[in-house]
Design a protein around this ligand. Structure first.
Ligand SMILES: [Zn+2]
Length: 211
C-alpha cells in the first residue's frame, strides 16, 4: 500500500503536522500520539486502522490494495522446514505496544528457513535486535519479507534471485531473541522502511501451513 502525497497531506492535517506529504520523524511522532489516544498499535505509520480512526475517504481503496497485496499464492510456501509453533503472548503482530512488526515462529535452532515466494534479496545484515536477517522482495507482489534471528549470516547477497523454497538460512537466536525462533515480517510495497507498512503475516502463514 502506498499513500499518494495528497493523501499523506490529509493525514498530516488531521494529526496536526505540516502537510508536506512526506512521512518524516514529526509525522511518525504525531501518528504515534494519535494512535496512543485511540488505543491503536503505536506504529507511527498510517496503517488501515489509523486511517479508519482518522475517518479519511480513501480507506476503502487502501483496504482493497492491502487485500490484493497478499503474497502471491502460486508456489508460495511456509518459511520453515521442520516442526514449529506460534509463540505465546507478546509474539504476535502489533504486540509490545505496536513495536512488534512481525510474528515469532518457535522452532529448534538449526531448522532450515526457506523463501516463502520467489523474489530478489534486498538486504543481508546483522542488527543488535534482529540478529542476522534477510529482506527479500517478492517478485509478483513487491511485498518485502523479513527473516530475522538467523543462526548464521546467510550466504546471500543483495540482488540474488530466489525461487520459492530457496534456502535463506537456519533458525537461530541471534540478536535479542529470547529463544530459537524465526521472526517473520511482511511489508506492503514499496517495502521495508521505504514507505511500505508492516502487516500481520498470520493469515498467510496459516494458509501456507495448511498448504
Ligand atoms: Zn519477533
Amino acid at each position: 500500500m502506498r499513500l499518494t502525497r495528497r493523501e499523506l497531506r490529509s493525514v498530516q492535517r488531521r494529526v496536526g503536522v505540516r502537510a508536506d506529504g512526506v512521512l518524516g520523524a514529526r509525522t511518525r511522532k504525531a501518528l504515534r500520539r494519535f494512535q496512543q489516544r485511540k488505543r491503536l498499535a503505536k506504529t507511527g505509520v498510517p496503517n488501515v486502522e489509523t486511517l479508519r480512526a482518522l475517518d479519511l475517504p480513501f480507506v476503502a481503496r487502501v483496504e482493497a490494495e492491502l487485500r490484493a497485496a497478499q503474497v502471491d499464492g502460486s508456489g508460495s510456501r511456509f518459511p520453515l522446514q521442520g516442526g514449529w509453533t506460534f509463540g505465546g503472548a507478546g509474539t504476535g503482530f502489533g504486540t509490545r505496544g505496536g513495536a512488534h512488526e512481525g510474528i515469532d515462529l518457535l522452532a529448534d535452532c538449526g531448522v532450515p528457513v526457506v523463501a516463502v515466494s520467489s523474489g530478489t534479496v534486498k538486504r543481508v545484515a546483522n542488527h543488535e535486535k534482529a540478529g542476522n536477517y534477510v529482506v527479500v522482495t517478492g517478485t509478483s507482489t513487491r511485498t518485502d519479507q523479513v527473516y530475522s534471528h538467523l543462526q548464521e549470516r546467510p550466504a546471500l547477497r543483495a540482488g540474488d534471485r530466489l525461487q520459492a523454497g530457496a534456502p535463506i538460512g537456519r533458525v537461530g537466536d541471534t540478536g535479542n531473541a529470547t529463544a530459537c525462533l524465526l521472526h517473520f515480517e511482511l511489508w506492503t510495497a514499496p517495502g521495508w522502511y521505504e514507505g511500505g507498512v508492516p502487516r500481520d503475516p498470520r493469515p498467510d502463514l496459516e494458509a501456507w501451513a495448511a498448504g
